[in-house]
Design a protein around this ligand. Structure first.
Ligand SMILES: [Zn+2]
Length: 87
């Protein structure tokens, strides 16, 4: 059993985490996490980048779904034209 000082992601307190069998536990609020989950404070920028990447992915998925709807609608419209032209 060893200890490491880090900011708890749950209660935001700077506490000494106790480590047992690959799991750390916050003595203040009892929050448990797998070792390696707590990152050094310098990752604030990376987290912001990750959040932005997630937003970009949502935007891309949104644009792709619009494209699929437009293409699907065009195909359906063309199909209707072919069917009505066959009369
Ligand atoms: Zn805590």
């Amino acid at each position: 059993m060893n200890e490491s000082r880090a900011a708890c992601p749950k209660c935001k307190k700077d506490v000494m985490f106790s480590h047992q069998q690959g799991w750390g536990k916050c003595p203040e609020c009892g929050f448990q996490f797998q070792d390696g989950f707590i990152e050094p404070p310098s990752t604030g920028l990376e987290r912001k980048t990750a959040r932005r990447t997630l937003l970009d992915m949502i935007l891309i998925a949104f644009l792709i779904s619009i494209a699929v709807i437009l293409v699907g609608g065009a195909v359906l419209f063309a199909g209707c034209l072919v069917l009505s032209g066959g009369h």
